[in-house]
Design a protein around this ligand. Structure first.
Ligand code: T4K
Length: 411
């Protein structure tokens, strides 16, 4: 156990972990079942094009969420693009500034314009008041993001969207298996999208899905996801290739079968973090109050006006220990290329993006690992003056150098 600042790896001590601990290290389900499915796929020679494994995956997702339709896609980003096309969106779409850049890029990729709106600092989600002020006649839809799996202010957003006769859709990339007011996320708005990327707690290597209760929209989305092909050589409309492969669906189904076990691991890790980070000044662990939740993100907010250590210095301390905590979603989407040149200011998004840090969890992280991570955080915060003093003497290291130093893995 580390007891003094000199023990910290940033200042020459031995790193706490010999291998990097990631935010988003993949969960692997039952290997034998997965390999058995892969053998079946190879034997059948049906590798893609809406095969039996994709259909099974879609039906299991729809059943679990209690939603009418699920269309599997090759990624969460592709799911967004297919949905935008399916709704025939034009011009501008309002999104929160505090999200992963894919939310904005998917719009820009199709020639649509993301209009960045500020978030509520308590929920980290679209601020309904700011949203009302952002609506103009050029806006063709509102896109909420259930960040960290915590539901948006769905009722208020629904009311605003209906007042302005705009479609409301949700990026639920983080929110698989999360609920809101007795219904599973996946059922709200015109449609919602999910990500099943390797870093999500249920994964299909790469993958995504769109869910909706609108039968007509579902049919349109299916067409678009397969080049607009209706029958063999009958092309009915403009489409793309957004299909999920059979191998991905086999992984997705295998992962779904372990979803409850993964959530339980995440929940235990989360509780351990909560217990062991309690009482640190200026540090708040984001809470999950909804009835069902996947606990896949452990998000800490460091209030720089109270905390003795700022977020970036804490991250440097953690990275040196091979604890690869992430500054999701710094510096805010609107400050990334190609949007930064627009000079948009979103005070709450910017404040949050300076404060928030995500800590490792998932099945690759044990409760003992969590205790060690919390021990480092406590040590760094309790001895912040000494940490700052010693850090001031270090040569600043670029983020790339830190990554190269700490993470020889897939990062
Ligand atoms: N909307 C929102 C709100 C999203 O957060 C996302 C994706 C999307 C839409 C789009 O969905 P997808 O098109 O991705 O399905 C990651 C993920 O790549 C991205 O899926 C995710 N959100 C985002 C929050 O995080 P990075 O670049 O920060 O992390 P990445 O992929 O480098 O992985 C993190 C760490 O996990 C790595 O450093 C190493 C470890 N790792 C990763 C992979 C892929 C492994 O150990 N094994 C692996 O196979 O984006």
């Amino acid at each position: 156990m580390k007891v003094s600042v000199d023990d910290l790896a940033l200042f020459g001590g031995q790193p706490s972990f010999s291998q990097p601990l990631h935010v988003g290290g993949p969960n692997i389900g039952d290997r034998d079942r997965f390999l058995c499915r892969m053998k079946d796929i190879l034997d059948s020679r049906v590798l893609t094009n809406n095969g039996p494994y994709v259909r099974e995956f879609e039906s299991r997702v729809a059943d679990q969420l209690g939603v009418g339709h699920c269309i599997a896609t090759s990624s969460g980003t592709k799911a967004l693009e297919v949905l935008f096309r399916g709704l025939d969106l034009k011009g501008e779409v309002i999104i929160p500034g505090f999200t992963f850049v894919a939310t904005a890029h998917a719009l820009s990729w199709l020639g649509l314009t993301p209009v960045f709106c500020d978030v509520d600092p308590r929920t980290h989600n679209l601020d309904p008041k700011a949203l009302r002020g952002a609506i103009t006649e050029n806006v063709s839809a509102i896109l909420g993001v259930h960040l960290w799996g915590r539901p948006c202010a769905i009722e208020e957003l629904t009311e605003i969207a209906s007042d302005h006769k705009l479609p409301l859709i949700f990026d639920a990339a983080h929110a698989f298996a999360c609920g809101c007011n007795g219904r599973m996320i996946g059922n709200f708005g015109r449609a919602e999208i999910f990500s099943f990327h390797a870093t999500k707690f249920v994964n299909s290597f790469e993958g995504g899905a769109i869910t909706t209760n609108d039968h007509q929209l579902a049919m349109t989305l299916r067409l678009i996801n397969n080049f607009g092909i209706q029958n063999l050589d009958e092309v009915e409309r403009l489409g793309t290739n957004g299909r999920m492969s059979e191998a991905s669906a086999a992984m997705g189904t295998t992962s779904l079968e372990s979803a409850h076990a993964f959530i339980e691991v995440n929940r235990c890790n989360y509780e351990k973090y909560r217990e062991q980070l309690a009482g640190l000044p200026g540090l708040e662990l984001l809470s999950y109050t909804q009835e069902s939740c996947n606990y896949q993100y452990v998000v800490v907010e460091l209030d720089e006006t109270i905390s003795p250590l700022n977020r970036d210095l804490l991250q440097a301390v953690l990275w040196a220990e091979n604890i690869l905590a992430r500054r999701y979603f710094y510096p805010g989407c609107h400050k990334m290329a190609p949007y930064a040149s627009l000079g948009i200011r979103l005070p709450e998004t910017e404040r949050l993006s300076q404060r928030v840090i995500s800590l490792p969890t998932g099945t690759g992280v044990t409760p003992r690992d969590v205790s060690m991570i919390c021990g480092i955080v406590r040590l760094a915060l309790n001895m912040a003056d000494e940490v700052k003093l010693q850090a001031g003497r270090l040569q600043p290291r670029s983020a790339d150098e830190q990554r190269a130093h700490a993470a020889p893995g897939p990062d």
